[in-house]
Design a protein around this ligand. Sequence first.
Ligand code: PLP
Length: 428
Amino acid sequence: MTAKSNADLMARRRAAVARGVGQAHEIFVDRAANAEVWDVEGKRYVDFAGGIAVLNTGHCHPEVIAAVQEQLGLYTHTCFQVLAYEPYVELAEKLNALAPGDFTKKTLLLSSGAEAVENAVKIARAFTRRSGVIAFSGGYHGRTMMTLGLTGKVQPYKSGFGPFPAEVFHAQFPNELHGVSIEDALASIEQIFKNDIEPERVAAFIVEPVQGEGGFYVAPVEFIRQLRALADQHGILLIADEVQTGAGRTGTWFACEQWGVAPDLITTAKSMAGGFPISAVVGRTSVMDAPNPGGLGGTYAGSPIACAAALAVLRVFEKEQLLARSQALGEHIRTRLSAMARELPTIGDVRGLGAMVALELFATVDGKADVHKPDAALTQRVLREAAQRGLILLSCGSYGNVIRILVPLTASDALIDEGLDVLHASLK
Ligand code: PLP
């Protein structure tokens, strides 16, 4: 058998796979364990991309794999709506208990983040009997038509796919770096109420606690509290899209636990099941129960294999104290990135929450980063250089100039420092 090469597989991929499916690195994986990946040519990489925030417990965590193998020996699929099974119910009970808010909660399981967001909007509409939804500039909520409508970040997601669902509006996301204050963001909502849709016709606000694809901008807690107050004033629901922030990445299971106010609905997915496809909407019982029986669900929604994996991920978090690890790791990474920023003027900002950390690269003017000149080309060069040196990184942000770090929380300190050293060398 001839040895496989990344180049040959890339050629086959280009011929066989739709162009619209992007790919950050021209690398094909052979195997992976925890925070390390080996490609088909045998080269080893430290993985700081984590499957886009899916691998908080690392690649192939032994406890997750064992739980899945046990489930495979029992049954793999029935469709929960036809023949129910306990792992779905147990996972719902656990998520209800984890979600913040001094009220009873219920959970709906699905398969992808976009599906969770779609369903949160459906549930909000069914409960409020209103149609409007207000999302935020720079936000990302998925690739289905409604979630694209909600998505504020245009390139590359939205171009060519419209028209998008009506009754969706975008307010400004507060962003100090780009001169948008909390007051400006709140004023932009009032403008929408005045110009586009009366508040009595708005079903929900949807906001990411930390904008993920948008560039790791953290929503200021004060803004969220005022958004909650505005929602209460007008009978609007607050949806926290925690598809990227949930499952322990930010130092709490849900990032919104750090708000001090509770959303009505939370969407979560990605790292919930250590690499197996599952997502959830968790929320206030009265709201979750608004749709009629049969209105929610899906053939594969809450697959028993993914439920078994998700329950194992929760056990791993407990056993390995991964919430505390997420906080400590975040601090360590931020400290090291801040030191790099002091040395390298092109790094204009280091930010994040818990272990969801990023740095942003700008062109320099007079030896200082110019935040009006995001440097996407330099960012891509750094990513390529890092990959050459054996580190997988991902960019994000509306201008493609943010390097995000989504290393497994289970990675050793030595491996994390190895990756940060490569990042440092690549930036230099
Ligand atoms: N919402 C947020 C905040 C996300 O970050 C993502 C994916 O990156 C989605 C929704 C969509 O999730 P999925 O790709 O699983 O459909």
